[in-house]
Unconditional design. Sequence first.
Length: 218
Amino acid sequence: MFDYPATTLALNKGKYYVLLTIPAELRQHFNGRKQLKKSTGTSDLADAKRRQHNLSAELYSQLDNCKPDPRDVISDLLGWIGDADEVQRMEDIGELEDLIKYHKNLEYGENEENDVAVEVVNEQAIEALKVYQEWKAGGTERKVAPGTVYLASASREYLETNPYSTIKTQREAEHALEQFKDFAGDISLSDVTAVMVHEFAEDERRLERPCGKPQSLS
């Protein structure tokens, strides 16, 4: 486990963001990025500080798992078009893929210096399109049936209630829930059974890997 730095708050475009510097040893897993960002969704400093705890836990979990949010990666490659929630909003209204393709197909002009910048934008967008396609191939296009509560959203809503007294316990709970989702899939909450939970626990014991410990990188 790396000794992670503390998160900080920064005001950007009227909203406070939680910032976390990625340790140099882990940056290779985040396409060379040096920092993770998460919006607090508020312009009030006191509210932002209250929300910082839970958001910091989410960012630390990304470092533990070395799985950057593809929405953050896409945003960075396109010149930071917003945090993960904004990227998701663009995807939900059907604008994200078109925006990526627009960056990918920028045309060269008569100014050679500008052409260098255009080439960089094109190359970054090509990489962004790959990330986007891999993200969508992972099943994120699923339409949520009315009234259905899925495991991922239920877990997120539960953790947002701040049920644990320490960050360490909160992060361990996040790891356990994320690993169970990897085991069972993001299924409907009503489909989770005691037998399934028992099989998951047995599988964890066979692997001799505690729920709170991130899987080894391949």
